[in-house]
Design a protein around this ligand. Structure first.
Ligand code: 0PR
Length: 351
């Protein structure tokens, strides 16, 4: 069955997008190569090393360690796993703002780590006092989010890094969604801005790589060592990934997507989508909706349930935050024309 790329036209809530054409072609060529077995599939293994180096450029890390994961969930689980394995305690905890993605509760459950979720401030960013109060001698990791799933907020990463350092804990930054927009903003979010230890940054979101292509990066090789298990019957002796067999399509697709777009095309996409977000926010504000100011290309607005349901009935793919605001994720496929058509429909259905 052929999927029509135009199907993305009305998708305003997803973090998936239309893959870059070069990435689609590259993915097709490596559909069955397994980067999990580099001695048998050396070409895809080399491409993966390149992708890690390219991701290092994007997130300000000179000598990056890491791999292409299946997505943000795997990277977050693995970051927690590494922190737990490196921590000098029998009862490790992870401190994360309540804005952190639901992959952290999964990680905590699977790994037997206590997750301490702390409130965010009035602007939906990690509250530093609340983080400081939750951190103790058993804290293995502090989490900051650079581009939150619900509001596109960027946590105060340098201050979180200081709190983590004081507690001898690792600082993990989840830039799964924001990582390909943030390099073109003044936000302080990256390895270059603070003592960040690990980061999640997903080519299969804003990077326009095909799914599955996530990214886990670490400053120190000890993080990858803490994840490695012995692989007795492979030519290579150990494996640090969570998955065994992995998709060569994800790796090759990420390589082609980043090669084609970094940095110029990604910067153009950011500029266009930030302008679209600002425009949409102003249009909604002018209609009397309460709008959360978009610090990245993600708009949240208080649209009443009846109007939300009527728009869903008109086939708009929109979703709400836990508190009920409608979210608009300005992924690369979302155009000004689409947003104008959305507003026309909103004007038709609103009270
Ligand atoms: N970290 C952050 C900040 C995220 O926003 C997400 C996903 C993840 C981690 C997990 O990434 P993976 O889903 O790649 O494991 N955020 C979106 C969400 O859960 C993902 C999404 C994607 C939702 C496509 C809908 C959709 O159609 O809401």
């Amino acid at each position: 069955m052929q999927r029509d790329p135009q199907d993305f036209d009305r998708v305003l809530s997803s973090m998936c997008t239309v893959p870059h054409p070069a990435a689609r072609d590259a993915a097709m060529r490596f559909l069955s190569d397994n980067p999990g077995d580099p001695a048998t599939y050396p070409v895809i293994a080399e491409l993966e090393d390149d992708v890690v180096a390219m991701l290092g450029d994007i997130v300000g890390l000179d000598d990056p360690h890491g791999y292409v994961a299946s997505g943000g969930t795997e990277s977050n689980i693995q970051a927690v796993r590494a922190a737990r394995n490196l921590a000098d305690t029998d009862s490790p905890n992870v401190v994360a703002p309540e804005s952190a993605h639901f992959s952290f509760p999964k990680a905590a459950e699977v790994l037997g780590v206590e997750l301490r979720t702390v409130p965010t401030d009035a602007d939906h960013r990690a509250d530093l006092d609340a983080v400081a109060a939750a951190v103790d001698a058993d804290t293995a990791m502090v989490v900051g989010v650079a581009g939150t799933t619900e509001f596109g907020r960027v946590d105060p990463v340098p201050a979180l890094a200081d709190l983590a350092r004081d507690a001898d804990a690792l600082l993990h930054v989840d830039a799964a969604w924001g990582g390909f927009y943030l390099p073109f903003t003044p936000h302080e979010w990256s390895f270059a801005h603070a003592d960040v230890d690990t980061m999640t940054v997903d080519p299969h979101k804003v990077g326009r790589a095909p799914v599955p292509a996530g990214g886990l990066l670490a400053r120190d090789s000890r993080v990858l060592d803490a994840l490695a298990v012995a692989t007795p019957y492979l030519e290579t002796r150990s494996q640090a990934t969570l998955n065994g067999t992995r998709s060569g399509a994800g790796v090759a697709g990420a390589h082609a997507a980043i090669d084609a777009q970094w940095p110029t095309e990604y910067e153009d996409t950011y500029e266009r989508q930030q302008a679209n977000a600002d425009w949409l926010a102003a249009e909604l504000d002018a209609r009397g909706y309460r709008v959360t100011d978009p610090v990245l290309p993600l708009v949240a607005a208080d649209i009443p349930t009846r109007e939300f349901d009527a728009l869903r009935d008109r086939d708009w793919r929109i979703s709400t935050t836990a508190a009920g605001e409608t979210r608009f994720v300005l992924m690369p496929h979302v155009t000004r024309d689409t947003l104008a058509r959305f507003l026309d429909d909103l004007d038709t259905v609103r009270d």
